[in-house]
Design a protein around this ligand. Structure first.
Ligand SMILES: *[C@@H]1O[C@H](CO)[C@@H](O)[C@H](O)[C@H]1NC(C)=O
Ligand SMILES: *[C@@H]1O[C@H](CO)[C@@H](O)[C@H](O)[C@H]1NC(C)=O
Ligand SMILES: *[C@@H]1O[C@H](CO)[C@@H](O)[C@H](O)[C@H]1NC(C)=O
Length: 299
């Protein structure tokens, strides 16, 4: 099944998205109606254990790589490094916003929570709470940035880089005639000049600088976010939107295999090198790229 037509892919994805999209819309209409918060299939203990494992892996990555680990003193450099980091000053949340990673449901939820007057976060802050509409972390001054990075609940969303690429391809970023030429374009542009859609998460979210409290994995958003919000002290009766990632996950598994087989061995190897940081910092159990990462210790 080489060169699977994009049309066919689009159809497969459309079905999955339609299923998910319909659910998302349903979620929107009944607003924040009371509903059980977590998913019983993921216990709180398991969730916390998994978080420990993910953060341990991330710390190990940071200790052996030379990634930005302190807040740059220059304003311009700070603005560049923190350009993807968003905050909710009302809810004391900080998260990294990256395209093609499936966090629309999360953003919608934050907006809804911010609109609710009753929602307050019980965490004491070392400074007067701000009620600021600004959501870009790099628009605040250094003192505020440091205070927010120290006290907010910090959330990092991650997704297998190969699936992120497929998602960008399907959304029609670039006008490549085939997936293989799309990938070649990404490789040719290089990591430094890469677009937001293809840049590694480590380069966009700086997990060695921002000590994220939670690392949330695409495919498990609903279960994981249920526990996260509860832990962050938000009311139990929050209605979570229907995240589409769990349904889409199976479509993407199939898509990944098809599209991966269209790439040459050289492209596959170059791609795993391109994403070596993400593959090493996070555990993507089924990533097709992981197997090709021959020498993870060389940067
Ligand atoms: C706040 O919550 C109380 C009960 O918890 C409810 O009666 C009241 O209507 C809520 N107010 C707003 C503005 O949502
Ligand atoms: C930083 O911003 C806060 C809030 O706007 C303000 O109170 C503080 O004086 C500012 N600090 C500096 C060093 O500019
Ligand atoms: C990034 O793009 C600019 C402008 O196209 C180019 O001059 C530069 O060499 C590129 N940088 C890298 C590291 O490829």
């Amino acid at each position: 099944m080489r060169f699977l037509p994009r049309l066919l892919l689009a159809a497969a994805l459309a079905i999955a998205t339609l299923l998910g999209g319909r659910l998302l819309l349903e979620g929107r209409t009944d607003d924040l109606a009371p509903r059980a918060e977590g998913d019983p299939s993921l216990t709180l203990d398991t969730f916390l254990h998994v978080q420990q494992l993910r953060k341990k892996r991330l710390r190990a990555f940071c200790s052996r790589s030379a990634k930005v680990a302190v807040l740059p003193a220059s304003h311009e450099e700070r603005a560049r490094v923190l350009s993807r980091v968003r905050v909710s000053t009302k809810l004391n949340f900080l998260y990294c916003q990256v395209p093609a990673i499936g966090i629309e449901g999360w953003q919608w939820l934050l907006e809804k929570l911010e609109e609710k007057e009753n929602v307050t976060v019980p965490v004491p802050l070392p400074y007067p709470q701000q009620h600021n509409l600004q959501t870009q972390l790099n628009k605040f001054n250094q003192t505020m940035i440091e205070a927010m990075m120290g006290s907010y609940t910090k959330v990092l969303f991650v997704r297998d880089p190969f699936q992120r690429l497929i998602s960008s391809y399907m959304q029609g970023m670039g006008s490549s005639p085939s997936f293989s030429s799309f990938v070649q374009d990404v490789l040719d542009v290089g990591q430094y000049n890469a677009s937001l859609e293809s840049k590694p998460l480590v380069s966009l979210c700086h997990p060695c600088l921002i000590r994220y409290d939670y690392v949330i994995m695409f495919g498990f958003l609903r279960q994981e976010l249920g526990h996260l919000l509860h832990r962050a002290g938000l009311p139990k009766d929050i209605h979570l939107p229907e995240f589409t990632d769990t349904q889409v996950r199976w479509t993407y598994k199939w898509l990944s295999e098809q599209l991966f087989s269209e790439l040459s061995l050289k492209q596959k190897k170059q791609l795993s090198h391109f994403y070596r940081w993400d593959l090493s910092a996070f555990q993507f159990s089924n990533s097709l790229l992981s197997d090709l990462l021959s020498t993870p210790e060389t940067w």
